[in-house]
Design a protein. Sequence first.
Length: 297
Amino acid sequence: MLINQSALRAVTTGFKTVFNGALAAAPSHWQRVAMLVPSGHRSETYAWLGAIPRLREWVGERVVQNLRAHDYTIKNRSFEATIGVDRNDIEDDSYAVYAPFIAQLAEEAKSHPDELVFGLLKNGFTEKGYDGQNFFDTDHPVVDEAGAEQSVSNLGGGAGEPWFLLDVSRAVKPLIFQRRRDYTFTAMDKIDDERVFMRREFRYGIDARVNAGFGLWQLAYASRQPLDATSYGDARAAMMSFKADGGRPLNIRPTLLVVPPSLERAGLEVLKAEHTAAGATNVYKDSADLLVTQWLA
């Protein structure tokens, strides 16, 4: 191939076609557990987290509900992945061998939000949420009907492999994926680029400015107990008993059980088996969906 700018544009167009096709085909699950929040700044502060207003009978004037403000902030981070293509490979029409690497860039772009989001579940035992407590903790502060502060737990204890029960039925999700700039494919394919001149290398890559953070802890429950009907039932009961400040029930509906590959069998037995190991009817069959993710391995 004669190396000129027109030929290089054709190569880049081919790479973009491969990238977009692989991006569309690659699986991703973060949308099931996290809400997408567009970002317009270096960081975003989620002062509204924990502010769950309630309806009241309208008698007289409206009553403005004074809700506790929080300063939970998620800072955007920059990410990139880049590959180099030898000029000789383009000149010799051998650049097609790079197509799998371009496709891999797309798969990385598609799975990267999963890595960030599900990584939060793994780290939720030691990283703090909006209320200053670890996201999974035994003493989240909640004000009861009498105005006294109580400690509420969304942590089931135990010492085994962790599993997570979530309510993902609402507009607000347990986790947040914050996006300042989406994953973009970029080509450095100018024939007079200094790197081409010095190293005989064109560059192709992706970059983005994103991050993930914790949403409402009330929508998530973690346990290290053996995953069986008893521990699963305990988690459901605890979540459905959560209340907002003031004592109003939150109407939590656990809808998604998230497990690592090592607990897939246990998850299927809890949610899909007709009967328990003891032969009794499985009362929890289809009570939630099951999501098995390698990012918890």
